[in-house]
Design a binder for this molecule. Structure first.
Ligand code: VG1
Ligand code: CO
Length: 543
């Protein structure tokens, strides 16, 4: 087997964002693009020689080809072993678990998550650390720096490795172990949750629907929900991963999973429904006639996790990303738990989880997880909900109503303006940054601003500081607006406006969220001048 050194030169823009490097698939398929970045990963982590890595992806277009390139580069870099999901598939949480379980030196996940897939859509790569979590900024900065100086990469010349069968093979000196992508993950779920109780619930006629959105969770959900828990065959929909996710966005929100939302809102609705994203780390939770916002779901799970065996001893603490609603804080306050506020992106939870300061955490973008892995985990959230439902024997709607009565309700919504001109979006953020220091005390829409700042985070574990993580404007009565630019998009800029208002009067807790938030929507426009800056009247997506 011949090892070659290929001359190359730096390619601009290989800067990892909120979750790895994401670009148009065609860009990734361009000459040296993937290879340069993989070489930069090896450099950013101090080399691959003698190391063991996990490799898998969400099955999108180019997943199979990219896997072969990464394997040949790993062999050339002297890696000792690669553990690969069969068919080069692994959900993000399953990859995280495998990295931890096998005690490897990290892993490479090929995914652009909830972004659409296909030759004209998106592809992505992220590196996860030995703790199973996304590389922290310090490491992604080193990787980015290496992309700017790379002049060559090493790769072996070889036939494709057969990834279709479970077993051990070799690529030159390197061992390649192909593993069942589902088995270890499913076993972990059985440890955390009361499968007997959930089986009992389902056997009693409780009907569920799970939409895998043609993405990687299909095989996991089919094995766990249908085979192990006895959900009726067909409960898992769109269960076969396809390279373009059936032409849709594998994004579990009311827009892209509209069919499922229509199902629970219509006649003969199932009792519980859920969906996951491209790489299986997100979740959307629905009940008969109800959509549970991710922020509320996080709060409900924090309040009820002790009902599942894996969390019976209670929670060490909880965390949420800054833009996530403060419904979680209400639960934490009532239960005397520490609550941490981190920047957007799962990498910021890693240290808190490793240090044992938190057990449960989540984001408003449909990500929830715990210390069982170091990524958010879609199916895990679904199973925790099912475990809670099996114990409480109430409907999702009843659980939500009781939760709001007990803790209060934080009306919440995120408005996204997609494909905005990047320069204009930056200008809007710069204007907000400049105005923020003078905002406290101003009255907008009859409410007084208590605090306005550009969120910066000091990690309490390693002391690292992350700045410019979003503009937040907090009102005296607890309402809040956050403005931030997305770090996962591949075209122009996506402006995210996060809107939140607090309701403690039980008589007013059943309102439509957009209606209840109308004053905050108007306040956001007044404060930021979204229309003038972006030329947009209405958001593209409301979740
Ligand atoms: C978005 C979400 C963020 C999430 C990230 C990765 O980032 O807002 O909460 O962690 O996607 O999710 P941004 O920068 O576009 O707002 V995904 O499921 O990669 O895994
Ligand atoms: Co994802």
């Amino acid at each position: 087997m011949e090892r070659m050194t290929v001359q190359t030169q730096p390619i601009e823009g290989q800067k990892p964002g909120t979750s790895g490097l994401r670009k148009k698939t065609r860009v990734f398929m361009g000459p040296h693009y993937l290879e340069n970045f993989v070489q930069a990963i090896w450099e950013g982590i101090g080399g691959a020689a003698g190391k063991t890595f996990v490799l898998g992806g969400d099955g999108r277009y180019f997943n199979d080809r990219a896997a072969q390139v990464i394997l040949r580069m790993a062999a050339a870099a002297g890696a000792g072993k690669m553990i690969v999901g069969q068919g080069a598939l692994l959900s993000t949480p399953a990859a995280s678990h495998l990295i931890r379980k096998r005690g490897t030196d990290g892993g490479i996940v090929m995914s652009a998550s909830h972004n659409p897939g296909g030759p004209e859509e998106d592809f992505g790569i992220k590196f996860n650390m030995p703790n199973g979590g996304p590389a922290p900024e310090e490491v992604t900065n080193r990787i980015f720096a290496a992309t700017k100086t790379v002049t060559s990469y090493d790769i072996v010349e070889a036939q494709d490795v057969d990834l279709s069968t479970v077993g051990v093979t070799r690529l030159g000196e390197m061992e390649v172990e192909v593993v069942d992508p589902v088995a270890d993950y499913a076993a972990l779920m059985e440890e955390l949750f009361d499968f007997d109780a959930i089986r009992g619930l389902l056997a009693g006629g409780f009907r569920i629907a799970f939409d895998a959105m043609h993405a990687v969770t299909g095989p996991y959900a089919t094995e766990i929900l249908e085979r192990r828990l006895g959900a009726a065959p067909g409960s898992v929909r769109n269960a076969v991963p396809s390279s373009d996710f059936g032409g849709g966005h594998p994004d579990p929100n009311p827009i892209w999973a509209k069919e499922l939302v229509d199902l629970v809102m219509g006649e003969g609705a199932p009792d519980f429904a859920a969906a996951s994203d491209g790489d299986g780390d997100r979740n959307m939770i629905l009940g008969k006639g109800v959509y549970v916002t991710p922020s509320d779901s996080l709060a409900v799970l924090a309040a009820n996790a002790h009902l599942a065996p894996g969390y019976a001893k209670g929670l060490a603490g909880v965390a949420r990303s800054m833009p996530t609603s403060r419904a979680l804080d209400r639960v934490a306050a009532a239960k005397g738990l520490d609550v941490y506020e981190t920047p957007t992106g799962w990498k910021f939870f890693g240290n808190l989880l490793d240090a044992g300061r938190i057990t449960l955490c989540g984001e408003e973008s449909a990500g929830t997880g715990s210390d069982h892995v170091r990524e958010k985990d879609g199916l895990w959230a679904v199973l925790l909900w099912l475990n809670v439902l099996a114990v409480r024997r109430e409907s999702v709607a009843e659980i939500m109503a009781a939760h709001w009565r007990e803790f209060g309700r934080n009306y919440y919504s995120r408005h996204d303006y997609e494909g905005v001109d990047a320069g204009r979006a930056e200008e809007m953020m710069a204007a907000l940054r400049a105005a923020a220091p003078g905002m406290a005390g101003n009255v907008v829409g009859g409410r007084k601003i208590a605090q306005a700042d550009d969120f910066a985070y000091d990690d309490p574990v390693d002391g690292s500081r992350s700045e410019h993580q979003g503009m937040r404007i907090v009102f005296e009565d607890g309402a809040r607006i956050v403005f931030r630019l997305s770090g996962t998009g591949t075209v122009g800029a996506t402006l995210r406006v996060y809107l939140e208002d607090v309701e403690t009067d039980p008589a007013k807790m059943g309102r439509d969220a957009q209606e209840a938030l109308a004053p905050m929507i108007a306040a956001a426009e007044e404060i930021a001048g979204i229309r003038a800056h972006t030329g947009r009247d209405v958001p593209d997506v409301k979740t």
